[in-house]
Design a protein around this ligand. Structure first.
Ligand SMILES: Cc1cc2nc3c(=O)[nH]c(=O)nc-3n(C[C@H](O)[C@H](O)[C@H](O)COP(=O)(O)OP(=O)(O)OC[C@H]3O[C@@H](n4cnc5c(N)ncnc54)[C@H](O)[C@@H]3O)c2cc1C
Length: 362
């Protein structure tokens, strides 16, 4: 058996670590000079989107021996619509640093694999397939999947973001649902520390959004964030990303070619979370290669989660600012808060079905 992984991101590295635990050698190719050599940002891992897992960090550690240190745990989520505000309290999830940060999720995973990543190797499937019996595609880019099989694109997303300086509570995340600047999308602020945070605006590139001026939306988003946090946030670096593809591959594997992470369809479309799911697909593919499971079977619950999340997105997209206000307001009572943070109820699935009568099954 000769195994190659293309891409040393979250999915590729989780796959390499798991293969090593099963005693299998693998060659990992990474096009960048180091793992995570990209803009720095904070990303969230929310327990409420990982049902039935209640603590992703504990789960990965105890079940798969992958040990992660978040930069902070989220104890409060402040939600803002145009005219309303609500908050959720509890052990809601974690924040991880990504990209060029010494404690980034990528560098934490690199340190748990004993092999040597082959850096500056921008390889294609065709380059690799001749030489290896098993190829794992983990480039984080669904365009690579599309070259080999059907990939159902839910939408392409535009991101505009910045690292901002201010005064933050590291245990508090902020989410903005306001069609004025985040049309059918959202914005969020996640602290890196008590003085730095990532502010990110993300929205789908639907036809009606394409004519909007991204910089104007960003300016509105930034002003609204300053207003809500009652601070003059200082922008210290910017990033911008277009055509980020969110969707789902038709097949998890084709013969001995495995699709993992974003190349599989690991991003849940409602809110764009994909870290936890990407790592799981990497682990599951490795288990299959090691003869310990069946990748298609193991990913079934993630496929269902993807489709439930897409249903929820399609429902949320129908809400104008007035309805978003109503939804935000409805979260601001103890009963709703308990439902959302409940370990036993997959509330997002229920809301998705309620908002969208034509739900799809995996
Ligand atoms: C701005 C932004 C914010 C996000 N926020 C969140 C969040 O808050 N919470 C959350 O859960 N998820 C979030 N996500 C999604 C999450 O980051 C992804 O789902 C996850 O990183 C996907 O992991 P992956 O391993 O598939 O890809 P990546 O982690 O992107 O890794 C892919 C790797 O492959 C390498 N590569 C690409 N092409 C080649 C090639 N030809 N040869 C060799 N190497 C190659 C790349 O350089 C990269 O290192 C966010 C995404 C973005 C863009």
């Amino acid at each position: 058996m000769k195994i190659a992984i293309i891409g040393a991101g979250l999915a590729g590295l989780s796959c390499a670590i798991t293969l090593e635990k099963h005693g299998l050698e693998v060659d990992v190719f990474e096009k960048r000079g180091m793992s995570g050599d990209r803009f720095m940002n904070a990303e969230a891992m929310f327990s409420m989107t990982q049902h039935p897992v209640t603590d992703g960090v504990k789960f990965l550690s105890e079940t798969y021996g992958i040990h992660l240190k978040p930069s902070s745990s989220i104890q409060r989520l402040q939600n803002y619509s145009k005219n309303e505000k609500s908050q959720l309290d509890g052990q809601l999830g974690f924040i991880f640093m990504r990209g060029k940060h010494p404690e980034s999720l990528e560098s934490q995973l690199v340190s748990q694999w004993k092999g040597q990543i082959q850096y500056r190797q921008d390889v294609s499937y065709d380059d690799i397939a001749k030489e290896y019996t098993h190829v794992v595609i983990a480039t984080g880019d669904a365009r690579d999947t599309k070259k080999l099989q059907p990939y159902d694109v839910a939408f392409k997303a535009t991101f505009r973001g910045a690292v901002v300086e201010g005064d933050f509570d590291q245990t508090e995340a902020h989410a903005f649902f306001n069609n004025d600047f985040a049309p059918k999308g959202m914005a969020y602020l996640l602290p890196h520390s008590d003085s730095k945070a990532s502010l990110v605006l993300v929205y789908p590139q639907y036809h009606e959004n394409e004519r909007l001026d991204k910089e104007e939306l960003w300016e509105m988003c930034y002003q609204e964030c300053c207003r809500r946090l009652d601070q003059d946030l200082k922008i210290i670096s910017n990033f911008s990303l277009k055509d980020y593809m969110i969707g789902k591959a038709e097949h998890s594997r084709i013969g001995n070619t495995f699709f993992i992470g974003n190349c599989w369809g690991a991003i849940t479309p409602a809110f764009g979370f994909g870290q936890f799911e990407s790592m799981l697909t990497g682990i599951y593919a490795a288990e299959d290669i090691a003869g310990k499971g069946d990748y298609e079977e193991l990913t079934k619950h993630l496929s269902q989660g993807y489709h439930d999340s897409l249903t929820l997105r399609r429902g949320l997209e129908k809400l104008d600012n007035q309805k978003l206000d109503l939804l935000t307001k409805s979260i601001s009572n103890k009963f709703a808060e308990e439902l959302i943070t409940s370990k036993n109820i997959n509330l997002f699935k229920i809301i998705g079905r309620a908002l969208h009568p034509f739900s799809r099954k995996a």
